[in-house]
Ligand binder design. Structure first.
Ligand SMILES: [Zn+2]
Length: 77
């Protein structure tokens, strides 16, 4: 049910799992393909990566919800 091309909302919701390699292979490919053609989501990914690197929290496979909320708000502006 998750094999269709993902929309931006789905991609953004899957980014942390994408970075953590927690998506199914098909889903991972879909997100990667979307990121290749969508500058907005690509920029969001770069920001998320930078934030995660700064916090050093990806090793736990967890991004604190407040961080996600802040990123979402900054992205939607
Ligand atoms: Zn997008």
């Amino acid at each position: 049910m998750e094999q269709g091309p993902p929309e931006c909302d789905e991609v953004l919701a899957s980014l942390t799992d994408y970075l953590d390699d927690a998506l199914t292979p098909g889903r991972h490919e879909g997100v990667a393909a979307h990121l290749g053609v969508c500058p907005g989501c690509a920029a969001w990914l770069a920001q998320l990566r930078a934030t995660i690197a700064a916090l050093g929290c990806l090793r736990d496979g967890v991004v604190p919800p407040p961080v996600l909320t802040a990123l979402r708000e900054s992205f939607s502006r």
